[in-house]
Ligand binder design. Structure first.
Ligand SMILES: O=C(CO)[C@@H](O)[C@H](O)COP(=O)(O)O
Ligand SMILES: [Fe+2]
Length: 216
């Protein structure tokens, strides 16, 4: 199966966001990954609902919103209204994870749980029927362009085994340091959706970059 690639717009040129989006869409991007950071949960501030709604009126591509914010409940409705198709919230940032996931699902938006590298996979056990996908961070969240943490390969395997044990055939999205050196091992371990920021946007020829990552 051809790998699905989600370019992370964090690595795009923000001064030309529309044309950056167009370039990756034409190059074969499957979904657009939008990193929202609040300067609290992670030591960086990026974009918010205004960028999501601007992109929503510009493109029909699926918008995958990765919320790296404390107490994400406060913003779920606004991101759904802005036009998100999928929202992932960090288990570490949400004290009432079950409630947060229900808020997303009530809006008919796909709900995902994101896990930091040090967070054990077991935290999803009791919300496993409430998630549409799982996002495994393969770097510590906060910045693009970091190096993949090799121990995450074992974690992806564990996650796939856990999902299989519960009969859940959902996407495992991997995020951080995904490139030609790391993508294959992630896929073999059980990942099915691959976020790539610098590996796509640092390459002038986006079609070449995405095709290479897809393995075509
Ligand atoms: O969520 C994050 C970082 O916190 C990611 O989505 C990065 O933006 C991915 O960038 P690369 O590691 O692929 O450059
Ligand atoms: Fe991300």
């Amino acid at each position: 199966m051809v790998r699905r690639i989600a370019p992370s717009l964090l690595a795009a040129n923000f001064a030309a966001l529309a044309s950056e989006v167009e370039s990756v869409e034409q190059a074969g991007a499957d979904i657009l990954h939008i990193d929202v950071m609040d300067g609290q949960f992670v030591p960086n501030i990026t974009m918010g609902t205004n960028v999501v709604s601007a992109l929503r009126s510009y493109t029909s591509s699926e918008l995958d919103v990765h919320l790296m914010v404390e107490r994400p409940d406060r913003f779920i409705e606004a991101f759904c209204e802005a036009g998100a198709d999928c929202i992932s919230v960090h288990a570490e940032a949400s004290p009432h994870l079950h409630r947060t996931l229900q808020l997303i699902k009530e809006k008919k938006v796909k709900a995902g749980v994101a896990l930091n590298p040090a967070t054990p996979i077991e935290v999803i056990k009791h919300v496993i029927d409430d998630i549409d996908f799982l996002l495994i961070m393969t770097v510590n969240p906060g910045f693009g362009g970091q190096s993949f943490i090799p121990q995450m390969i074992h974690k992806i395997k564990e996650a796939r085994e856990l999902l299989n044990a519960f009969g859940k055939e959902i996407d495992i999205e991997v995020d951080g340091g995904i490139n030609m050196e790391t993508i294959e091992a992630c896929e073999e371990a059980g990942a099915t959706l691959f976020v790539a920021g610098s590996a796509v946007f640092n390459e002038k020829d986006r079609a070449f970059a995405i095709n290479q990552l897809k393995g075509i």
